[in-house]
Design a protein around this ligand. Structure first.
Ligand code: HEC
Length: 101
């Protein structure tokens, strides 16, 4: 009985440890692929974000080819983030605060 109990304690300890150590990793990943943060970080360096603001209202296909063009020009965006950013921008309403203010 005592062995079973300590075995269970051991498993719970290991499980808690795994959850705790995996938490910071997941939150960092979520932050990295946050399209809003990516736009703020990579789209206002060559031109202002108002350039992005003026184009709001276009569809996802237009954004995908535009963002790809920006990457070719030198925007620091990973290929796997292009679609997320394009989709995000296509869903923003014209005048959206975070790029227009
Ligand atoms: C390396 C410099 C650079 C970076 C970084 C950059 N751009 Fe541009 N962007 C340009 C240049 C140069 C133009 C004008 C020529 C053109 O349209 O291709 C432009 C034009 C634009 C236009 C107007 C296009 C049109 O056809 O009306 C939009 C919208 C735009 N950029 C969005 C973005 C977004 C979104 C990002 C972030 C993913 C970004 N840009 C990052 C250089 C850059």
């Amino acid at each position: 009985m005592k062995t079973i109990f300590s075995l269970a304690t051991w498993f719970i300890t290991v499980a808690c440890f795994m959850v705790l150590t995996s938490l910071p990793v997941t939150s960092v990943q979520a932050q990295e692929s946050d399209p809003e943060a990516l736009v703020l970080k990579s789209c206002g360096t060559c031109h202002g974000l108002n350039r992005v603001c003026k184009a709001l209202g276009k569809d996802a296909t237009w954004w995908e080819s535009t963002v790809n063009r920006m990457v070719k020009r030198g925007a620091k965006l990973k290929q796997e983030d292009v679609q997320a950013v394009a989709e995000y921008l296509s869903q923003l309403e014209q005048g959206a605060k975070f790029v227009c203010d």
